[in-house]
Ligand binder design. Structure first.
Ligand SMILES: Nc1ncnc2c1ncn2[C@@H]1O[C@H](COP(=O)(O)OP(=O)(O)OP(=O)(O)O)[C@@H](O)[C@H]1O
Length: 474
Protein backbone atom coordinates (compact mmCIF):
# COMPACT_ATOMS: atom_id res chain seq x y z
CA UNK A 1 0.00 0.00 0.00
CA UNK A 2 1.33 3.43 -0.78
CA UNK A 3 2.44 5.83 1.87
CA UNK A 4 -0.68 7.90 1.53
CA UNK A 5 -2.62 5.26 3.32
CA UNK A 6 -0.63 5.61 6.44
CA UNK A 7 -1.77 9.13 7.11
CA UNK A 8 -5.38 8.60 6.26
CA UNK A 9 -8.14 7.91 8.68
CA UNK A 10 -8.93 4.66 6.97
CA UNK A 11 -8.97 2.08 9.66
CA UNK A 12 -10.98 -0.74 8.35
CA UNK A 13 -11.45 -4.02 10.05
CA UNK A 14 -13.74 -6.21 8.10
CA UNK A 15 -13.49 -9.87 7.37
CA UNK A 16 -12.68 -9.01 3.79
CA UNK A 17 -9.31 -7.67 4.86
CA UNK A 18 -7.73 -11.02 4.95
CA UNK A 19 -9.16 -12.10 1.67
CA UNK A 20 -8.64 -8.89 -0.24
CA UNK A 21 -7.18 -9.88 -3.56
CA UNK A 22 -3.98 -8.31 -4.65
CA UNK A 23 -4.40 -5.18 -6.71
CA UNK A 24 -4.20 -5.97 -10.35
CA UNK A 25 -5.93 -7.92 -12.98
CA UNK A 26 -5.17 -11.42 -11.80
CA UNK A 27 -8.47 -12.12 -10.05
CA UNK A 28 -11.39 -14.13 -11.29
CA UNK A 29 -13.84 -12.62 -13.70
CA UNK A 30 -16.45 -10.82 -11.62
CA UNK A 31 -18.39 -9.14 -14.38
CA UNK A 32 -18.63 -10.25 -17.98
CA UNK A 33 -20.36 -8.17 -20.58
CA UNK A 34 -21.06 -9.51 -24.04
CA UNK A 35 -22.52 -7.57 -26.96
CA UNK A 36 -24.15 -5.09 -24.60
CA UNK A 37 -26.53 -2.66 -26.28
CA UNK A 38 -28.79 0.15 -25.21
CA UNK A 39 -30.87 1.91 -27.82
CA UNK A 40 -33.14 4.65 -26.54
CA UNK A 41 -36.19 4.84 -28.78
CA UNK A 42 -37.11 8.20 -30.29
CA UNK A 43 -40.87 8.58 -30.44
CA UNK A 44 -42.91 11.15 -32.24
CA UNK A 45 -46.50 12.18 -32.85
CA UNK A 46 -49.74 11.52 -31.09
CA UNK A 47 -49.32 7.80 -31.36
CA UNK A 48 -45.78 8.01 -30.08
CA UNK A 49 -44.55 5.95 -32.94
CA UNK A 50 -40.87 5.07 -32.84
CA UNK A 51 -39.02 6.96 -35.53
CA UNK A 52 -35.50 6.08 -34.61
CA UNK A 53 -33.19 5.26 -31.74
CA UNK A 54 -30.22 6.71 -29.94
CA UNK A 55 -27.52 4.07 -30.14
CA UNK A 56 -26.05 5.02 -26.79
CA UNK A 57 -24.27 1.72 -26.23
CA UNK A 58 -23.85 -0.46 -29.24
CA UNK A 59 -22.16 -3.77 -28.60
CA UNK A 60 -19.70 -3.77 -25.73
CA UNK A 61 -17.56 -6.76 -24.82
CA UNK A 62 -15.39 -6.66 -21.75
CA UNK A 63 -14.86 -8.26 -18.40
CA UNK A 64 -13.87 -6.95 -15.01
CA UNK A 65 -11.72 -9.08 -12.75
CA UNK A 66 -11.96 -9.21 -8.99
CA UNK A 67 -9.76 -6.62 -7.33
CA UNK A 68 -8.98 -4.58 -10.41
CA UNK A 69 -10.03 -1.13 -11.52
CA UNK A 70 -11.32 -0.72 -15.01
CA UNK A 71 -11.27 2.89 -16.14
CA UNK A 72 -13.69 3.94 -18.85
CA UNK A 73 -12.90 7.07 -20.84
CA UNK A 74 -14.31 8.84 -23.84
CA UNK A 75 -15.81 12.12 -24.95
CA UNK A 76 -19.12 13.35 -23.65
CA UNK A 77 -22.02 11.40 -25.10
CA UNK A 78 -20.05 8.29 -26.01
CA UNK A 79 -22.19 6.15 -23.72
CA UNK A 80 -20.04 5.82 -20.59
CA UNK A 81 -22.80 6.61 -18.12
CA UNK A 82 -25.29 4.46 -19.97
CA UNK A 83 -22.82 1.60 -19.78
CA UNK A 84 -22.45 2.18 -16.02
CA UNK A 85 -26.21 2.13 -15.56
CA UNK A 86 -26.54 -0.98 -17.61
CA UNK A 87 -24.02 -2.99 -15.66
CA UNK A 88 -25.59 -1.92 -12.37
CA UNK A 89 -28.95 -2.80 -13.92
CA UNK A 90 -30.43 0.65 -13.43
CA UNK A 91 -31.23 0.45 -17.12
CA UNK A 92 -32.65 -2.44 -19.05
CA UNK A 93 -30.34 -3.49 -21.90
CA UNK A 94 -31.65 -3.64 -25.44
CA UNK A 95 -29.33 -6.50 -26.31
CA UNK A 96 -26.36 -8.52 -25.11
CA UNK A 97 -25.71 -10.16 -21.79
CA UNK A 98 -24.37 -9.18 -18.39
CA UNK A 99 -23.00 -11.87 -16.12
CA UNK A 100 -22.06 -11.23 -12.54
CA UNK A 101 -20.05 -13.98 -10.87
CA UNK A 102 -21.09 -16.29 -13.66
CA UNK A 103 -24.80 -15.58 -13.21
CA UNK A 104 -26.77 -14.02 -16.05
CA UNK A 105 -28.36 -10.88 -14.64
CA UNK A 106 -29.25 -9.26 -17.95
CA UNK A 107 -32.99 -9.29 -17.49
CA UNK A 108 -33.44 -9.97 -13.80
CA UNK A 109 -36.50 -8.29 -12.32
CA UNK A 110 -36.63 -6.20 -9.17
CA UNK A 111 -36.95 -9.19 -6.88
CA UNK A 112 -34.24 -11.12 -8.66
CA UNK A 113 -31.91 -8.17 -8.45
CA UNK A 114 -32.45 -7.51 -4.78
CA UNK A 115 -29.72 -9.82 -3.47
CA UNK A 116 -27.38 -8.58 -6.14
CA UNK A 117 -27.85 -4.98 -5.12
CA UNK A 118 -25.67 -5.69 -2.12
CA UNK A 119 -22.83 -6.76 -4.34
CA UNK A 120 -22.99 -4.01 -6.92
CA UNK A 121 -23.16 -0.39 -5.85
CA UNK A 122 -22.90 2.86 -7.71
CA UNK A 123 -21.35 6.18 -6.80
CA UNK A 124 -22.79 9.10 -8.71
CA UNK A 125 -21.21 12.30 -9.86
CA UNK A 126 -23.26 14.91 -8.11
CA UNK A 127 -22.88 15.05 -4.32
CA UNK A 128 -25.36 17.87 -4.06
CA UNK A 129 -28.35 16.09 -5.47
CA UNK A 130 -27.59 12.54 -4.47
CA UNK A 131 -28.12 13.13 -0.76
CA UNK A 132 -31.57 13.90 0.58
CA UNK A 133 -31.28 17.29 2.33
CA UNK A 134 -34.05 16.39 4.77
CA UNK A 135 -32.30 13.32 6.11
CA UNK A 136 -29.45 13.12 8.56
CA UNK A 137 -26.21 11.48 7.57
CA UNK A 138 -27.03 8.60 9.86
CA UNK A 139 -30.30 7.98 8.03
CA UNK A 140 -28.69 8.29 4.60
CA UNK A 141 -25.78 5.97 5.24
CA UNK A 142 -27.98 3.56 7.18
CA UNK A 143 -30.67 3.40 4.49
CA UNK A 144 -29.21 0.43 2.60
CA UNK A 145 -29.46 -1.72 5.74
CA UNK A 146 -33.13 -0.88 6.10
CA UNK A 147 -33.89 -1.36 2.44
CA UNK A 148 -32.21 -4.73 2.42
CA UNK A 149 -33.49 -5.74 5.84
CA UNK A 150 -29.98 -6.26 7.15
CA UNK A 151 -29.16 -5.83 10.83
CA UNK A 152 -25.43 -5.32 11.21
CA UNK A 153 -23.66 -6.60 14.27
CA UNK A 154 -23.84 -3.97 16.99
CA UNK A 155 -26.75 -2.19 15.33
CA UNK A 156 -27.14 0.21 12.43
CA UNK A 157 -25.95 3.28 14.30
CA UNK A 158 -22.68 1.68 15.31
CA UNK A 159 -22.08 0.39 11.81
CA UNK A 160 -22.87 3.75 10.23
CA UNK A 161 -20.43 5.44 12.57
CA UNK A 162 -17.81 2.90 11.65
CA UNK A 163 -18.44 3.57 7.97
CA UNK A 164 -18.15 7.31 8.54
CA UNK A 165 -14.75 6.87 10.10
CA UNK A 166 -13.73 4.51 7.30
CA UNK A 167 -14.30 7.28 4.77
CA UNK A 168 -12.55 9.83 6.94
CA UNK A 169 -15.53 11.57 8.50
CA UNK A 170 -16.19 12.23 12.15
CA UNK A 171 -18.58 9.57 13.48
CA UNK A 172 -19.97 12.17 15.84
CA UNK A 173 -21.54 13.89 12.86
CA UNK A 174 -24.11 11.13 12.61
CA UNK A 175 -26.97 13.53 13.29
CA UNK A 176 -25.92 16.31 10.96
CA UNK A 177 -27.53 17.17 7.64
CA UNK A 178 -25.90 17.19 4.20
CA UNK A 179 -25.86 20.99 3.94
CA UNK A 180 -23.51 21.12 6.90
CA UNK A 181 -20.82 19.36 4.88
CA UNK A 182 -18.51 20.48 2.13
CA UNK A 183 -18.76 18.89 -1.29
CA UNK A 184 -15.79 16.65 -0.59
CA UNK A 185 -17.34 15.47 2.62
CA UNK A 186 -20.64 14.83 0.91
CA UNK A 187 -18.81 12.72 -1.58
CA UNK A 188 -17.41 10.73 1.30
CA UNK A 189 -20.91 10.31 2.70
CA UNK A 190 -21.99 8.90 -0.64
CA UNK A 191 -19.02 6.55 -0.64
CA UNK A 192 -19.90 5.42 2.89
CA UNK A 193 -23.41 4.66 1.72
CA UNK A 194 -22.12 2.71 -1.25
CA UNK A 195 -19.88 0.67 1.05
CA UNK A 196 -22.56 -0.05 3.63
CA UNK A 197 -23.46 -3.49 2.36
CA UNK A 198 -19.86 -4.52 1.61
CA UNK A 199 -20.26 -4.62 -2.15
CA UNK A 200 -17.95 -6.53 -4.43
CA UNK A 201 -18.21 -4.19 -7.39
CA UNK A 202 -18.45 -0.42 -7.21
CA UNK A 203 -19.29 1.53 -10.34
CA UNK A 204 -18.30 5.16 -9.95
CA UNK A 205 -19.62 7.53 -12.58
CA UNK A 206 -17.38 10.59 -12.75
CA UNK A 207 -16.79 10.38 -8.99
CA UNK A 208 -14.55 13.43 -8.82
CA UNK A 209 -15.38 15.58 -11.80
CA UNK A 210 -17.67 17.87 -9.83
CA UNK A 211 -14.98 18.53 -7.26
CA UNK A 212 -12.37 21.15 -6.81
CA UNK A 213 -9.05 19.84 -8.12
CA UNK A 214 -7.41 19.81 -4.71
CA UNK A 215 -10.23 17.69 -3.35
CA UNK A 216 -10.25 15.35 -6.33
CA UNK A 217 -6.92 13.95 -5.21
CA UNK A 218 -8.20 13.22 -1.75
CA UNK A 219 -11.26 11.41 -2.98
CA UNK A 220 -9.27 9.46 -5.56
CA UNK A 221 -6.83 8.43 -2.87
CA UNK A 222 -9.66 7.47 -0.58
CA UNK A 223 -11.13 5.22 -3.27
CA UNK A 224 -7.70 3.74 -3.79
CA UNK A 225 -7.23 3.07 -0.08
CA UNK A 226 -10.66 1.54 0.28
CA UNK A 227 -9.96 -0.76 -2.60
CA UNK A 228 -6.81 -2.00 -1.00
CA UNK A 229 -8.37 -2.38 2.42
CA UNK A 230 -11.62 -3.96 1.35
CA UNK A 231 -10.63 -5.75 -1.82
CA UNK A 232 -13.12 -3.80 -3.88
CA UNK A 233 -13.43 -4.00 -7.63
CA UNK A 234 -14.06 -0.74 -9.43
CA UNK A 235 -15.38 0.42 -12.74
CA UNK A 236 -14.50 4.10 -12.80
CA UNK A 237 -16.03 6.25 -15.49
CA UNK A 238 -14.29 9.53 -16.17
CA UNK A 239 -13.45 11.89 -18.96
CA UNK A 240 -10.29 13.05 -17.23
CA UNK A 241 -7.41 10.92 -18.45
CA UNK A 242 -5.15 11.94 -15.60
CA UNK A 243 -7.60 10.63 -13.05
CA UNK A 244 -8.16 7.44 -15.02
CA UNK A 245 -4.45 6.89 -15.40
CA UNK A 246 -4.01 7.25 -11.68
CA UNK A 247 -6.69 4.83 -10.61
CA UNK A 248 -6.94 2.20 -13.33
CA UNK A 249 -5.33 -1.16 -13.93
CA UNK A 250 -6.93 -1.41 -17.34
CA UNK A 251 -8.62 1.22 -19.45
CA UNK A 252 -11.45 0.99 -21.94
CA UNK A 253 -11.66 3.82 -24.45
CA UNK A 254 -15.15 4.40 -25.78
CA UNK A 255 -16.23 6.21 -28.90
CA UNK A 256 -19.84 6.58 -29.96
CA UNK A 257 -21.22 3.60 -28.06
CA UNK A 258 -18.32 1.24 -28.74
CA UNK A 259 -15.06 0.26 -27.11
CA UNK A 260 -12.31 1.13 -29.56
CA UNK A 261 -9.41 0.11 -27.35
CA UNK A 262 -9.10 -1.87 -24.15
CA UNK A 263 -5.67 -2.28 -22.65
CA UNK A 264 -3.52 -2.35 -19.56
CA UNK A 265 -2.93 1.14 -18.36
CA UNK A 266 0.79 1.25 -19.01
CA UNK A 267 0.50 -0.22 -22.48
CA UNK A 268 -2.22 2.23 -23.36
CA UNK A 269 -0.28 5.27 -22.24
CA UNK A 270 3.01 4.08 -23.65
CA UNK A 271 1.82 2.90 -27.03
CA UNK A 272 -1.82 3.65 -27.78
CA UNK A 273 -2.95 1.72 -30.82
CA UNK A 274 -6.22 3.32 -31.77
CA UNK A 275 -5.87 6.73 -33.41
CA UNK A 276 -8.69 8.00 -31.20
CA UNK A 277 -6.78 6.94 -28.08
CA UNK A 278 -3.71 8.64 -29.45
CA UNK A 279 -5.67 11.81 -30.01
CA UNK A 280 -7.11 11.69 -26.50
CA UNK A 281 -3.66 11.15 -25.04
CA UNK A 282 -2.20 14.01 -26.97
CA UNK A 283 -4.69 16.33 -25.32
CA UNK A 284 -3.45 15.52 -21.82
CA UNK A 285 -1.25 18.35 -20.60
CA UNK A 286 2.29 17.40 -19.66
CA UNK A 287 2.82 18.61 -16.10
CA UNK A 288 6.62 18.59 -16.25
CA UNK A 289 7.76 21.90 -17.79
CA UNK A 290 11.05 20.32 -18.91
CA UNK A 291 9.20 17.78 -20.99
CA UNK A 292 6.65 20.19 -22.31
CA UNK A 293 8.77 21.26 -25.22
CA UNK A 294 9.35 17.76 -26.42
CA UNK A 295 6.70 16.04 -28.50
CA UNK A 296 4.07 18.57 -27.71
CA UNK A 297 2.11 18.08 -30.88
CA UNK A 298 -1.56 17.96 -30.21
CA UNK A 299 -3.90 15.98 -32.33
CA UNK A 300 -6.92 18.18 -32.67
CA UNK A 301 -9.88 16.16 -33.71
CA UNK A 302 -11.98 17.95 -36.23
CA UNK A 303 -15.69 18.45 -35.68
CA UNK A 304 -17.98 16.98 -33.07
CA UNK A 305 -18.76 13.43 -32.21
CA UNK A 306 -21.30 12.30 -34.85
CA UNK A 307 -24.88 11.71 -33.77
CA UNK A 308 -25.53 8.41 -32.04
CA UNK A 309 -28.91 8.39 -33.77
CA UNK A 310 -27.30 7.55 -37.09
CA UNK A 311 -23.70 6.63 -36.36
CA UNK A 312 -21.21 6.54 -39.24
CA UNK A 313 -20.88 3.31 -41.16
CA UNK A 314 -17.88 1.05 -40.80
CA UNK A 315 -15.51 2.37 -38.17
CA UNK A 316 -17.43 5.05 -36.30
CA UNK A 317 -14.30 7.13 -35.91
CA UNK A 318 -13.58 7.29 -39.64
CA UNK A 319 -15.18 10.71 -40.10
CA UNK A 320 -12.61 12.25 -37.77
CA UNK A 321 -9.63 9.99 -38.31
CA UNK A 322 -6.53 11.13 -40.17
CA UNK A 323 -5.78 7.59 -41.25
CA UNK A 324 -9.19 6.63 -42.59
CA UNK A 325 -9.37 4.80 -45.89
CA UNK A 326 -12.20 3.19 -47.81
CA UNK A 327 -12.25 0.06 -45.68
CA UNK A 328 -12.80 2.20 -42.58
CA UNK A 329 -15.92 3.65 -44.20
CA UNK A 330 -17.36 0.32 -45.24
CA UNK A 331 -16.22 -2.29 -42.75
CA UNK A 332 -16.46 -2.18 -39.02
CA UNK A 333 -13.16 -3.27 -37.47
CA UNK A 334 -13.56 -5.97 -34.80
CA UNK A 335 -12.04 -5.51 -31.37
CA UNK A 336 -9.00 -7.76 -31.68
CA UNK A 337 -6.24 -8.56 -29.26
CA UNK A 338 -3.34 -7.32 -31.33
CA UNK A 339 -0.92 -7.43 -28.44
CA UNK A 340 -1.25 -9.43 -25.24
CA UNK A 341 -3.69 -7.52 -23.06
CA UNK A 342 -4.33 -4.86 -25.69
CA UNK A 343 -7.50 -5.07 -27.74
CA UNK A 344 -8.05 -2.61 -30.54
CA UNK A 345 -10.71 -2.04 -33.17
CA UNK A 346 -8.82 -0.40 -36.02
CA UNK A 347 -7.84 -1.20 -39.59
CA UNK A 348 -4.79 1.06 -39.40
CA UNK A 349 -3.61 0.90 -35.79
CA UNK A 350 -0.83 3.03 -34.41
CA UNK A 351 2.36 1.38 -33.24
CA UNK A 352 1.46 -1.84 -34.96
CA UNK A 353 1.36 -3.52 -38.29
CA UNK A 354 -1.37 -2.27 -40.57
CA UNK A 355 -4.43 -4.48 -40.66
CA UNK A 356 -5.42 -3.39 -44.15
CA UNK A 357 -2.16 -2.56 -45.91
CA UNK A 358 -3.76 -2.84 -49.33
CA UNK A 359 -5.99 0.11 -48.53
CA UNK A 360 -3.72 3.10 -48.86
CA UNK A 361 -5.86 5.88 -50.26
CA UNK A 362 -7.00 8.35 -47.65
CA UNK A 363 -10.58 9.50 -47.49
CA UNK A 364 -11.21 13.17 -48.03
CA UNK A 365 -12.28 13.62 -44.42
CA UNK A 366 -9.03 12.03 -43.32
CA UNK A 367 -7.04 14.49 -45.33
CA UNK A 368 -8.90 17.36 -43.76
CA UNK A 369 -8.38 15.95 -40.29
CA UNK A 370 -4.71 15.51 -40.98
CA UNK A 371 -4.26 19.18 -41.72
CA UNK A 372 -4.71 19.79 -38.07
CA UNK A 373 -1.82 17.57 -37.17
CA UNK A 374 1.72 18.60 -36.71
CA UNK A 375 3.93 17.18 -39.46
CA UNK A 376 6.10 15.62 -36.84
CA UNK A 377 3.19 13.72 -35.36
CA UNK A 378 2.36 12.24 -38.71
CA UNK A 379 5.91 11.37 -39.53
CA UNK A 380 6.46 9.82 -36.18
CA UNK A 381 3.25 7.86 -36.47
CA UNK A 382 4.24 6.56 -39.89
CA UNK A 383 7.72 5.69 -38.75
CA UNK A 384 6.71 3.81 -35.63
CA UNK A 385 3.97 1.95 -37.46
CA UNK A 386 6.39 0.92 -40.18
CA UNK A 387 9.12 -0.06 -37.76
CA UNK A 388 6.82 -2.13 -35.61
CA UNK A 389 5.26 -3.70 -38.66
CA UNK A 390 8.71 -4.75 -39.82
CA UNK A 391 9.49 -6.16 -36.40
CA UNK A 392 6.23 -8.07 -36.17
CA UNK A 393 6.24 -9.47 -39.67
CA UNK A 394 9.98 -9.90 -39.83
CA UNK A 395 9.94 -8.29 -43.23
CA UNK A 396 10.02 -4.91 -44.87
CA UNK A 397 7.38 -2.42 -43.88
CA UNK A 398 6.28 -2.04 -47.49
CA UNK A 399 3.05 -0.23 -48.13
CA UNK A 400 1.74 -0.12 -44.59
CA UNK A 401 1.23 2.95 -42.48
CA UNK A 402 3.90 4.82 -44.34
CA UNK A 403 1.63 5.22 -47.27
CA UNK A 404 -1.00 6.83 -45.14
CA UNK A 405 0.49 10.18 -44.42
CA UNK A 406 -1.13 12.98 -46.28
CA UNK A 407 2.15 13.75 -47.92
CA UNK A 408 2.25 10.48 -49.79
CA UNK A 409 -1.31 9.40 -50.21
CA UNK A 410 -3.49 10.12 -53.17
CA UNK A 411 -6.80 11.72 -52.82
CA UNK A 412 -10.07 9.93 -53.16
CA UNK A 413 -13.65 11.04 -52.71
CA UNK A 414 -15.82 9.20 -50.27
CA UNK A 415 -18.09 9.64 -47.67
CA UNK A 416 -21.04 8.32 -41.91
CA UNK A 417 -35.89 2.47 -19.34
CA UNK A 418 -35.03 1.91 -17.68
CA UNK A 419 -35.63 -0.47 -15.27
CA UNK A 420 -35.75 1.78 -12.29
CA UNK A 421 -35.03 -0.44 -9.39
CA UNK A 422 -35.10 0.92 -5.94
CA UNK A 423 -32.02 2.95 -6.49
CA UNK A 424 -32.64 4.05 -9.99
CA UNK A 425 -35.54 6.15 -8.90
CA UNK A 426 -36.17 7.99 -12.02
CA UNK A 427 -33.96 6.28 -14.47
CA UNK A 428 -36.51 5.41 -17.00
CA UNK A 429 -34.77 4.24 -20.01
CA UNK A 430 -36.68 6.05 -22.61
CA UNK A 431 -37.06 9.37 -21.05
CA UNK A 432 -34.32 10.45 -18.77
CA UNK A 433 -30.73 10.45 -19.64
CA UNK A 434 -28.83 10.99 -16.50
CA UNK A 435 -31.61 11.65 -14.14
CA UNK A 436 -30.88 8.67 -11.98
CA UNK A 437 -28.28 10.52 -10.12
CA UNK A 438 -30.19 13.68 -9.60
CA UNK A 439 -33.27 11.98 -8.48
CA UNK A 440 -34.26 11.29 -5.03
CA UNK A 441 -31.46 10.53 -2.73
CA UNK A 442 -33.21 7.73 -0.98
CA UNK A 443 -33.83 6.10 -4.24
CA UNK A 444 -30.15 6.05 -4.97
CA UNK A 445 -29.48 4.68 -1.61
CA UNK A 446 -30.20 1.10 -2.32
CA UNK A 447 -28.57 1.19 -5.65
CA UNK A 448 -25.71 2.72 -3.90
CA UNK A 449 -25.81 6.17 -5.33
CA UNK A 450 -23.71 8.89 -3.89
CA UNK A 451 -20.68 10.91 -4.48
CA UNK A 452 -18.91 14.21 -4.81
CA UNK A 453 -16.88 16.72 -2.93
CA UNK A 454 -15.38 20.16 -2.94
CA UNK A 455 -12.84 22.21 -1.12
CA UNK A 456 -12.37 22.70 2.57
CA UNK A 457 -12.40 19.11 3.74
CA UNK A 458 -11.56 19.85 7.32
CA UNK A 459 -11.49 16.95 9.64
CA UNK A 460 -8.41 15.35 8.29
CA UNK A 461 -10.35 12.87 6.33
CA UNK A 462 -8.76 9.97 4.66
CA UNK A 463 -6.67 10.20 1.58
CA UNK A 464 -5.32 13.65 2.19
CA UNK A 465 -2.32 15.18 0.68
CA UNK A 466 -1.44 13.18 -2.38
CA UNK A 467 -2.12 14.39 -5.79
CA UNK A 468 -3.18 12.15 -8.62
CA UNK A 469 0.25 12.57 -10.04
CA UNK A 470 1.64 9.58 -8.27
CA UNK A 471 1.73 7.76 -11.53
CA UNK A 472 2.75 4.19 -11.38
CA UNK A 473 1.99 3.47 -7.80
CA UNK A 474 -1.71 3.75 -8.37
N1 LIG B 1 -32.72 8.25 -21.36
C1 LIG B 1 -32.20 8.60 -22.53
N2 LIG B 1 -33.00 8.84 -23.58
C2 LIG B 1 -32.48 9.17 -24.77
N3 LIG B 1 -31.16 9.32 -25.02
C3 LIG B 1 -30.33 9.12 -24.00
C4 LIG B 1 -30.80 8.75 -22.71
N4 LIG B 1 -29.72 8.61 -21.90
C5 LIG B 1 -28.63 8.88 -22.64
N5 LIG B 1 -29.00 9.19 -23.90
C6 LIG B 1 -28.11 9.52 -25.00
O1 LIG B 1 -27.19 8.46 -25.12
C7 LIG B 1 -25.91 8.97 -25.47
C8 LIG B 1 -24.90 8.52 -24.45
O2 LIG B 1 -25.16 9.19 -23.23
P1 LIG B 1 -24.29 8.97 -21.92
O3 LIG B 1 -24.83 9.87 -20.85
O4 LIG B 1 -24.22 7.54 -21.63
O5 LIG B 1 -22.86 9.47 -22.40
P2 LIG B 1 -21.59 9.83 -21.56
O6 LIG B 1 -20.43 9.34 -22.32
O7 LIG B 1 -21.75 9.36 -20.18
O8 LIG B 1 -21.59 11.40 -21.60
P3 LIG B 1 -21.33 12.41 -20.42
O9 LIG B 1 -19.89 12.27 -20.06
O10 LIG B 1 -21.66 13.74 -21.02
O11 LIG B 1 -22.27 12.02 -19.31
C9 LIG B 1 -26.05 10.47 -25.56
O12 LIG B 1 -26.24 10.83 -26.90
C10 LIG B 1 -27.27 10.75 -24.75
O13 LIG B 1 -27.93 11.91 -25.22
Amino acid sequence: MSEKSKDTAVTVSTPSDATAPAKGSGGEVLLKVTGLQKHFPIKKGLLQRQVGAVHAVDGLDFEVRAGETLGVVGESGCGKSTMGRLITRLLEPTGGTIEFEGKDITHLGVAGMRPMRRDVQMIFQDPYSSLNPRHTIGTIVGAPFKLQGVEPEGGIKKEVQRLLSVVGLNPEHYNRYPHEFSGGQRQRIGIARALALSPKLVVADEPVSALDVSIQAQVVNLLDDLQQELGLTYVIIAHDLSVVRHVSDRIAVMYLGKIVELADRDALYKAPMHPYTKALMSAVPIPDPKRRGAKSERILLQGDVPSPISPPSGCRFHTRCWKATEICRTTEPPLLELRPGQRVACHHPENFEDQAPQDTVLLTAAKEASELLGETALEESAETSAAVAAEVSGGAPEATGTAKTPATADAEEAEAAAEAEAGSADADSDSDAGSGESADADADAEAGGSADADAAEPEGSGGTGKTPGKSSDK
